[in-house]
Design a binder for this molecule. Structure first.
Ligand SMILES: Cc1ncc(C[n+]2csc(CCOP(=O)(O)OP(=O)(O)O)c2C)c(N)n1
Ligand SMILES: [Mg+2]
Length: 578
């Protein structure tokens, strides 16, 4: 353990340990109680603060940063109230198992007055709020303990299974006199799970070999453990169909021709007789059908870094807690030793056909009416395909997404999976996309980043436009603007009732907001696109602006209404009608 002595006030100790642990950025929202902390942050040459104007975006930006390559992200929010405000987005980071370290400061509500501004009631400990959204949380009382506490938080967050960690620092500690501490100078090593036993892998190889319709069910553990290439090669070798757990589009690229899309529909079409789940935390809807997609299979295996990758999968023939990357790399060797991939040409052909049929159905579902051009509006597939094409032309990049109008699983197949990385919101909690795109760009400053954010999602966090301008974070924001909470409206219609009968939908229409006007007020340039023939040009221009000029830019792309066919937004209640 390499340490060095450091003397400073407790705030300086914290920032010095961040730097020693390799933390380059602190995503934060300011508060006066932590004045000395923000002073120390400002003064440190190697650690940069990135300010978001609400705690939701603070958490989403940290999450977007962590999502790109699994680097730990550090965020600071103000007291109990700021922590509470961050939770809507910490929910997503937790759902995605992202290594985000949350630091908040807390007042002493026990020793003297029991009501201290912005702190939660003294009946609850300072980690009470974060508990459901973190992997671990603890409080720090002694300034001398700060280096270890910070290093441990990063270690726990980045060890498999990765996830958010919260440290609550009692704020009276900030007032302490300078202390001399040991700063821990060794970088935190991300700790993975171990190797799978060969005998267990041989069992999977044997089943995959004998199967007629094998399927690899891929979750976020694949990408996180660096197993993407190995899992893709395994699918190629066996001619196996690939399916994904809903948020993950990168374990095997969603553009790969063997990719059949989300697991439920994929399984219903392919009817797999052997399923190998890799790094998946299978999720359901809380209904008896949650496990239906496994029913057709005679053999179900699961391999993942954590028990969570096994526990939600019924009737496992074998479950292996082991690192996905190490395990699948070895499984691939075993598979190749058994013979060439030519033996599987027949099933490969049918898996490719299934994948193509499912992809075509998703694309048709995204664009009902097909070739019917709506004047002054851009059809969803035209926008989606143009984004893929233009980003590919410049060598590929990252697309982060929070919207439903142009769902990323509808992109065209590309041999080998293509050069674009598709990062979806890792949970269902609205308010992620604006900040996640900025966080992704901070994590990958030399890679083009497109933030695909629905109009409804923009309005949750439009102040991130300011953060992108102020900190010079050149994201190309593309807004698939359907003037609606489109997905919610669709589900309102499916539920039946007065709204569907009358065609008047309440609470889902977003007419009369100008996202470009919003962007401009925060200092961002952009353009409106409402003609299909101009879409590709606008994206290409936008990419050139963000990449060559280094400033964020926004495209407000007008799509057909997100309300159901023929419906309109109901007149909202107005106070004057009461
Ligand atoms: C915290 C939270 N509140 C509310 C919702 C419900 N919700 C789901 S999507 C959505 C709005 C989506 O609007 P937009 O970004 O425009 O997407 P699209 O029109 O493409 O569906 C809302 C409010 C949610 N998922 N999470
Ligand atoms: Mg919308």
């Amino acid at each position: 353990m390499s340490t060095r002595q450091f003397t400073g006030n407790p705030s300086q100790v914290m920032v010095e340990q961040f730097a020693a642990s390799g933390v380059k950025y602190v995503f934060y929202n300011s508060g006066s109680r932590e004045a000395t902390f923000f002073d120390a942050l400002h003064a440190h040459p190697d650690v940069n603060g990135i300010l978001a104007l609400h705690e939701g975006p603070v958490a989403a930006m940290a999450g977007g940063y962590a999502q790109v390559q699994g680097d730990p992200a550090l965020m600071v929010v103000h007291l109990g109230a700021g922590l509470a405000q961050s939770l809507g987005q910490l929910f997503n980071a937790w759902n995605g198992g992202l290594p985000v370290v949350v630091i908040s400061f807390h007042g002493d509500t026990g020793s003297f007055a029991d009501s201290v501004m912005l702190n939660i009631d003294h009946g609850f400990g300072p980690t009470y709020l974060s508990a459901p959204f973190t992997k671990a949380a603890w409080a720090v009382i002694e300034p001398e303990g700060l280096p270890e506490a910070i290093e441990r938080a990063i270690q726990v967050a980045t060890a498999a299974p990765t996830g958010p960690v919260h440290i609550a620092v009692y704020d009276r500690l900030l007032d302490a006199a300078p202390v001399t501490v040991d700063i821990i100078d060794s970088k935190v090593v991300p700790i993975g799970s171990g190797y799978a036993a060969d005998a267990d892998l041989v069992g999977i190889a044997t089943a995959l070999q004998a199967a007629e319709r094998p399927m690899l069910y891929v979750g976020d553990g694949v990408f996180k453990s660096g197993a993407s290439d190995a899992v893709t090669a395994l699918a190629d070798h066996y001619g196996a169909a690939v399916a994904c757990a809903s948020p993950d589009l990168v374990g095997v690229s969603i553009a790969h021709p063997l990719h059949c899309g989300p697991f439920g529909p994929a399984s219903a079409t392919v009817n797999p007789d052997c399923i190998v789940a890799i790094g998946v935390r299978h999720a359901g809807a809380g209904v008896p059908g949650d496990y239906a997609a496994f029913r057709s299979a005679d053999h179900v295996f699961a391999l993942g870094s954590d028990i969570a990758n096994l526990q939600n999968i019924p009737a496992l023939e074998n479950g292996i807690v082991a690192d996905e990357g190490k395990g699948i790399t070895r499984l691939l060797e075993i598979a190749r030793d058994e013979g060439g991939s030519g033996a599987f040409d027949g099933r490969r052909k049918s898996a490719l056909e299934h994948a193509a049929v499912l992809r075509a159905a998703r694309r048709a579902g995204l664009q009902p009416g097909g070739d019917h051009i709506v004047p002054g509006r851009v059809r969803p597939l035209v926008l989606l395909d143009a984004i893929e094409t233009e980003l590919t032309k410049i060598g590929g990049g990252i697309i982060t997404s929070e919207q439903f109008a142009i769902q990323l699983e509808c992109i065209e197949a590309v041999d080998g999976g293509g050069v674009n990385t598709h990062l979806r919101r890792p949970g269902e909690s609205e308010g992620w996309g604006m900040a996640a795109a900025a966080g992704a760009k901070v994590a990958a400053p030399h890679t083009p980043v497109i933030g695909l954010v629905g109009d409804g999602s923009v309005y949750y966090a439009d102040s991130v436009f300011w953060t992108a301008v102020a900190h010079g974070i050149p994201v190309l924001y593309i807004i698939p603007n359907n003037a609606a909470y489109g997905i919610v409206a669709t589900l309102f219609a499916a539920a039946g009732g007065v709204m569907r009968e009358t065609g008047q939908f309440a609470g889902v229409g977003l007419e009369g907001i100008d996202p470009l006007g919003l962007a401009r007020s925060y200092g961002l340039d952009g353009e409106r696109v409402n003609d299909e023939s101009e879409v590709a040009g606008a994206i290409s221009r936008g990419l050139a602006i963000v990449e060559d000029e280094g400033r964020p830019y926004v495209l407000d792309v007008r799509l057909p209404s997100g309300l159901p066919e023929g419906a309109s937004a109901a007149e909202p209640f107005r106070l004057s009608d009461a």
